[in-house]
Design a protein around this ligand. Sequence first.
Ligand code: ATP
Length: 502
Amino acid sequence: MSEEVFKKVVSHCKEYGFVFPSSEIYDGLGAVYDYGQNGVELKNNLRTYWWKSMVQMNENIVGLDAAIFMHPKVWKASGHIDGFSDPMIDNKDSKKRYRADQLLEDKIARYEKDGKTNKAEELQKSLDQALLDNDLAHLKNLIELHEIVCPMSGTRNWTDVRQFNLMFSTEMGAMAEDSDKIYLRPETAQGIFVNFLNVQKSGRMKIPFGIAQTGKAFRNEIIARQFIMRMREFEQMEMQFFIRPGTQKQWYEHWKETRIKWHHKLGFGTEKYRFHDHVKLAHYADAAVDIEFDYPFGFKEMEGIHSRTDFDLKNHQEFSGKKIQYFDSEVDESTGKPFGNYIPYVVETSIGLDRLFLATLCASFIEEEVGEGDLPAAPRLERQAGKKEMRTVLKLPAILAPVKVAIFPLTKKDGLPEVAEKIINELKFEYNCFYEEKDAIGKRYRRQDAIGTPYCITVDHDTLVDQTVTIRYRDTMKQERIPISKIKEILAEEINWKKFLG
Ligand code: ATP
């Protein structure tokens, strides 16, 4: 899929109510987006898929919903105040700001595109080393050495590379003198760490166990690009798995495998995913890998799996002065005694819901020619023979589709709308339904294809006689005459969490 298709996906999102720029009537706000009527449904369904797989399907994983605001010391303890920054560089002519590492990564991609593999590899190595050493001068050197120009001004008039903290801050308290600087969380994980003991004790959890959470996170990204790929306000779905020290390698491998399988189940093709090991480890990690997705603009991180050691709990213990330990009563065979008290180690899985949403849309977006099989239900609405027609369809897994079933009365009269209403009133408790009576059936099908509705049901005059309707399937465009009483059964076949999760 090319950049051009990506542009189509972006405009499709807007046209069909999936994603809008934030505050659009004021020309938008950089890297902030709103989810529209179909977007919110798809996003909810993706979140549900994650939540069910993590919490509902695992007896030893429980949920949490921690507040976005946290005590300022949390971010001191977590290392974010001192260490959560990106290297930035400004172009003095265009006054534009860039991430130094991304300028270099773009250059590597360019070398690769031009077949200069050696140069690409060499630069990648130098970049990894510079990031590993936190060597800002080296980054600047590389930008000069590889003659990188500002995409806006076309010049090489660069400032030095500096660190830029990505956390947003605000003040808490009604009066200025009471106010205290607090931060908008840049990750949801810390809400889990500070609640470790609360959950462990109140839930009588035994190690190994996990705590899962979904929620907003905020990062003042230096540059925002690629639509909802890099946002300043986004949603994370994170799970911290607390384990006995020394078992982290085994659990890291376990979660790598579990998570990639979860992605594969979406059915977009296993070739769309790959692992990418981190060279530069974050300040908290002893091993880390990304699951990358093949977006139209190349393979990019969608999820991170991190072995976080006891870094976070240990620091919170130190900064809060409260003991954060677990008593493990299980007997250690090597000593014959219980494992006793320790600070648990953590393996975390962290996925961005917006990046998952984007991957889902890109993988499902298809433009294809409509075959002869997609004739409208009533003969008088048939297309002229030989006339070709294209359709845009989102081939989403049915369980994720924003609307599960659309019900169309063929005409607005003769009691057909009433029958359609009756069908909706039967289905709406379980399925998101959509009613429409305007335009030719073919047109109505197209609109549902564009939002990924797996089933359309048409009520016509025969329905009044024999209680049957036409069901039309999104992917095959096949149409079938079925009794009204069979609709539920057909829907339940595909829209079925057991089938999807099992
Ligand atoms: P990147 O290298 O792309 O900035 P990261 O390594 O900083 O990402 P993590 O801190 O590991 O990301 O965060 C976990 C997940 O949160 C990422 O895999 C991604 O899906 C999501 N995420 C992080 N930053 C953003 C953002 N600015 N916009 C949307 N999603 C994000």
